[in-house]
Ligand binder design. Structure first.
Ligand code: FDA
Length: 309
């Protein structure tokens, strides 16, 4: 638990970031979780997954963008990527995931409005490519803004999805608001260190919240996206879907690139829709540190690669 908090703190530290970038062996391990730095790397990973019958959500890595130019560049990267996916005719199977902070939501008093405008452009490009956009969820101070942005975007693009985090005490109530027809909700446990006032800190409580939320989503009229690698929750999701009378394909499983690839294939072979979240880009550090924080085995793997032999 302490290690997890330290790693999450390091994920926001510039000094720790420079140290990790300086370690070439560390970079090699990074490649297990990240498709590469360029758009071509991402497209290659997408193609490989699609050939195996999986679907994809592509994330251009970056968060907490520091200036307007960078935020515009993130928007342009997404629109360029979407044009590429559309031209390849794989829009139906590959969507994108977007963080509002990468689009500049934190940049001054007009940041939220400017990020929403950029997100609108990304959504228009997704519509042209025949695909969808899901808004990632960041720390709890941004939850209201992200949900409000998703609602505004849905006015023009009803397929815009959003992530909810079962670690937050508010999430069951948020789920109730998002069970309408057409609603796309990715339910995850939550990757950020949150204060006890707003979040469950005990793993069991986070899991129980996940099940309560998932039951609401499965019994609702929307399209639940089950974002977890947890074998128990995956099994419960299947059972809840059956109990709610849902056919396969009226919900989907989602997992991260490089994590439980065999399970992704097993579920897909069993007829489930499985989407892999594929991150790419030079700004991989925060994402990578959150993956290390989640699982001691990931951290051990990284440290072994850094050590001699
Ligand atoms: P957890 O990490 O608790 O692991 C539970 C169990 O899963 C383990 O005990 C093990 O059995 C198995 N497992 C996990 N990792 C494994 C591995 N490497 N190998 C083998 N078994 C493993 N978060 C967020 O805050 N905002 C967001 O927008 C998103 N978006 C997102 C998209 C998608 C598609 C996914 C899958 C996840 C996210 N997340 C996220 C991250 C999420 O909040 C969470 O941090 C991770 O998914 C880890 O939690 P798990 O549910 O996988 O369980």
């Amino acid at each position: 638990m302490v290690t997890r908090r330290l790693l999450l703190a390091a994920s926001r530290s510039q000094a720790a970031r420079r140290a990790a970038l300086a370690a070439p062996a560390g970079r090699a391990v990074v490649e297990r979780f990240i498709a590469g730095e360029t758009r071509e790397d991402a497209v290659r990973a997408v193609d490989e997954l699609i050939v195996r019958g999986l679907r994809v959500s592509v994330d251009h890595l970056g968060e907490d963008t520091v200036d307007q130019e960078r935020a515009d560049a993130v928007r342009d990267e997404y629109t360029g990527l979407l044009a590429r996916l559309g031209a390849a005719g794989i829009g139906g199977r590959a969507e994108v995931s977007v963080k509002l902070s990468a689009l500049g939501s934190g940049l001054g008093p007009d940041g939220r409005r400017a990020a929403l405008d950029r997100a609108r452009r990304v959504c228009a490009a997704a519509a042209a490519a025949g695909t969808t956009v899901t808004l990632d969820m960041e720390g709890h101070t941004s939850t209201d803004d992200t949900l409000a942005a998703a609602a505004e975007l849905r006015a023009d693009h009803p397929w815009v999805g959003v992530v909810l985090q079962s670690c937050l005490r508010r999430t069951e109530a948020d789920c109730r608001e998002l069970v309408h027809a057409g609603s796309r909700v990715r339910l995850v446990k939550g990757a950020y260190a949150e204060p006890e006032a707003v979040a469950f800190r005990d793993r069991g409580a986070v899991d129980r919240s996940y099940v309560r939320c998932l039951r609401l989503l499965m019994e609702g009229h929307g399209y639940p996206m089950v974002g977890t690698h947890d074998p128990r929750l995956i099994e419960i999701a299947g059972a809840l879907a059956v109990r709610a009378g849902r056919a396969q394909g009226s919900y989907e499983f989602q997992m991260l690139y490089g994590i439980r690839a065999e399970e992704q294939r097993r579920l897909s072979a069993a007829g489930e829709t499985v989407r892999v979240y594929v991150p790419y880009g030079a700004d991989w550090y925060g994402y990578f540190m959150r993956r290390l924080a989640e699982r001691p085995a990931n951290l051990a793997f990284f440290l072994r690669a850094l050590g001699p032999g």
